[in-house]
Design a protein around this ligand. Structure first.
Ligand SMILES: C[S@@+](CC[C@H](N)C(=O)[O-])C[C@H]1O[C@@H](n2cnc3c(N)ncnc32)[C@H](O)[C@@H]1O
Ligand code: SF4
Length: 399
């Protein structure tokens, strides 16, 4: 890792203030690899994860990164995967104690853990809560046994319901992850999934269109998926049904009751900073004159070796000045409420003139609405989000 002076040296950007800081921790093991998944997740041998060795590596990784976030407090922690609920509550307790001993967590710090149904949730979820987790995200994907099988999940409908019930009883705020447009799924079956999800009364729902990602089993052997117009109709139904249950769509894939939005994800979308530790974790950190992205070694064994040897960073690059407008918009325009113009200048270090031509074009096309302080995507902008975001690409003449 480079020394601090390297990050602090002069540059062409002028950041007014550093954004809020979050911490992402990646735990890379799962019981079985799902055929659609391109996340950095690896099958645990005989269901066992090298818990203590990995926790040691995370501490070493965090300690090496500390100089880059010196004096800053952490507003949210997200323990993601993989399947973090494969780790024991004692392991998560140790992880959070190790983090607390090294960085200052804000008093109301949100601490999310991703949990999969079928990972022995009885009493375990409550133990995660005792360890300091404040928010559980349950990877349900579907409540339909045939669809769960079609997407290679290890759990069934009964286990999904049991996990949601446990989450609801142990946590004030929890999230259900669903996917839609699953192989062979009809509109009525999607409605049944959303109805079942709403019956669990989650304060937060994330629902993603199943995509065929390169380098996955499904990319090689694609299943038959519902046609595009069915997928659009499904999304409309999801938005209607969640609204009727009191959950508002505040981001492309996220629905929540008003005080249950995910702070951690909001910070990503608002171009906040995040330190990412763990195998393959991504981070984004700001300094007075630059924005830096980092990626840790992806293979868990190699990551553990490198972290213990003092350098877990596989790649690091400064975001080019010309790429900043697009990177900012890629995130900020996913939000229903858009962004404050002041946040753009503060977080990219660029003047508003850098995006003024693109903003004018977007407004002329009816894709955004703006006031003196804010820019918000319109309904049309939300429907044609990638076209809207593309207006801010460097070669689209935005800078
Ligand atoms: C990284 S996964 C981790 C959560 C947990 N391991 C699980 O699978 O339940 C986060 C979420 O991304 C979504 N996801 C993963 N791969 C996807 C894909 N190819 N298409 C759409 N959503 C996907 C799933 O809803 C999943 O719950
Ligand atoms: S359980 Fe989650 S992280 Fe693991 S392979 Fe399946 S989708 Fe990916």
């Amino acid at each position: 890792m480079k020394d601090l002076a390297h990050y602090m040296r002069p540059g062409t950007l002028q950041l007014g203030a550093l954004p809020p800081l979050s911490l992402y921790v990646h735990l890379p093991w799962c019981l079985r690899k799902c055929p659609y998944c391109d996340f950095n997740s690896h099958e645990a041998q005989a269901g066992e994860v090298p818990e203590q060795a990995y926790l040691d590596a995370l501490v070493a990784d965090l300690e090496q990164a500390l100089p880059l976030v010196w004096g800053r407090s952490v507003h949210s922690v997200f323990i993601g995967g993989g399947t973090p609920s494969l780790f024991s509550p004692q392991g998560i307790d140790r992880l959070l104690a190790d983090i607390r001993a090294r960085v200052r967590l804000e008093p109301d710090c949100e601490i999310t853990l991703e949990a999969n149904p079928g990972t022995f949730e009885k009493d375990r979820f409550r133990a995660f809560r005792s360890a300091g987790v404040t928010r559980l995200s349950v990877g349900v994907q579907s409540f339909n046994d045939a669809h769960l099988q079609a997407v290679g999940r290890v759990h069934d409908r009964a286990q999904a319901i049991a996990a949601c019930e446990e989450a609801a009883s142990a946590f004030d705020t929890f999230n259900i992850d669903l996917m839609y447009a699953l192989p062979g799924q009809t509109l009525a079956q999607l409605e049944a999934d959303v109805t079942q999800a709403m019956a669990m009364m989650p304060p937060h729902l994330s629902i993603y269109h199943l995509t065929l990602e390169p380098n996955t089993y499904f990319a090689k052997f694609p299943p038959a998926l519902p046609p595009e117009d069915t997928a659009y109709a499904m999304l409309d139904r999801i938005t209607e049904m969640t609204a009727a249950a009191g959950l508002a769509r505040y981001e492309v894939s996220a629905y929540a009751r008003s005080d249950h939005r995910c702070w951690h994800n909001l910070n990503y979308w608002q171009f906040g900073d995040y330190l990412g530790i763990g195998a393959g974790a991504h981070g984004k950190l700001s300094f007075a004159h630059r924005v830096v992205r980092q990626v840790r070694y992806r293979d868990p064994r190699l990551y553990m070796e490198r972290a213990m040897a003092g350098d877990a960073i596989a790649q690091e690059e400064e975001v080019a000045r010309s790429d900043l407008p697009f990177e900012f918009m890629l995130n900020a325009l996913r939000l229903r409420d858009g962004f404050a113009l002041r946040d753009f200048t503060e977080r990219t270090g660029l003047p508003l003139s850098a995006i003024e031509p693109a903003l004018r074009e977007a407004q002329a096309k009816g894709l955004i609405e703006r006031s003196l302080e804010r820019v918000r995507p319109t309904e049309l902008g939300f429907d044609f989000l990638s076209d809207l975001q593309a207006l801010f690409l460097a070669d689209a003449g935005a800078t």
